[in-house]
Design a protein around this ligand. Structure first.
Ligand code: SF4
Length: 233
């Protein structure tokens, strides 16, 4: 099994009835600005090379962002800032992203989410979070030979990443370390084989966090640069 195999199965997933209904209804209703565009309206797989050493995980696709374009973090302001910052760090081939056909390539980095379908109000239920987690667990298992660092955007992504990494074979401290911007947790592998990785906490790149100044571009850049360094990038 490869990441590509997993992604091919993921886009067919219909395990969460509320999210299936929401993602499809949003794709039919559309936002006025995108009236003439075809929406993806399905689970959005992770994006980036299968031998990534750095994984960035957010929360879930945005209704008119990734749920529209079908590519993680693509089509909304949160993603615009994330990719622009990755570009500045030499990890993305373009500073601006326009859609799945823009030729964007990431170097050593994969972006994903613990919930792969757009939820109403950007809030998955605990049940939806738990139903989707096996996909993230599997993704980190498949990346394990190369993975050295994970950046969790926001508390939701932090908790989900630690849970998935624990299931995928890393040793996560109990109680789980608390989320914070700049938090950093080294995780050895549970069986002692293979390389450890480091999980970094970062405020989510949401429009609200950026607008209010809770997360500045400099703060994001600093965490991503540290994580890239830890990942050997
Ligand atoms: Fe499947 Fe995850 Fe989407 Fe639920 S959120 S339908 S588990 S892909």
């Amino acid at each position: 099994r490869t990441l590509a195999d997993m992604d091919a199965r993921l886009v067919e997933c219909r395990a969460c009835p509320r999210l299936v209904a929401w993602r499809e209804a949003t794709a039919l209703e559309k936002r006025a600005a995108f009236r003439d565009r075809e929406y993806w309206g399905r689970p959005v797989p992770g994006f980036g090379p299968a031998d990534a050493t750095l994984l960035i995980t957010g929360l879930a696709p945005a209704a008119h962002g990734a749920n529209r374009t079908g590519r993680m973090f693509t089509g909304d302001r949160a993603g615009d800032l994330l990719f622009a910052t990755l570009y500045e760090l030499g990890l993305a081939s373009r500073a601006t992203v326009t859609g799945p056909d823009d030729g964007l390539e990431l170097t050593g980095v994969r972006v994903t989410a613990p919930v792969h379908c757009a939820p109403p109000d950007n809030r998955p239920t605990p049940g939806e979070r738990d139903t989707c987690r096996p996909w993230l667990t599997r993704e980190t298992q498949l990346l394990r030979p190369t993975l050295r660092a994970v950046v969790a955007l926001g508390a939701f992504g932090w908790q989900a990443a630690l849970a998935a990494l624990g299931e995928a074979g890393w040793s996560v401290p109990r109680p789980r370390p608390a989320f914070g911007h700049g938090a950093r947790v080294p995780l050895p592998t549970a069986d002692g084989s293979g390389a450890p990785l480091t999980v970094f906490g970062c405020y989510h790149v949401s429009q609200r966090n950026v607008f209010t100044g809770r997360l500045t571009p400099e703060m994001l850049s600093r965490v991503l640069a540290e994580a890239a360094h830890a990942a050997g990038l």
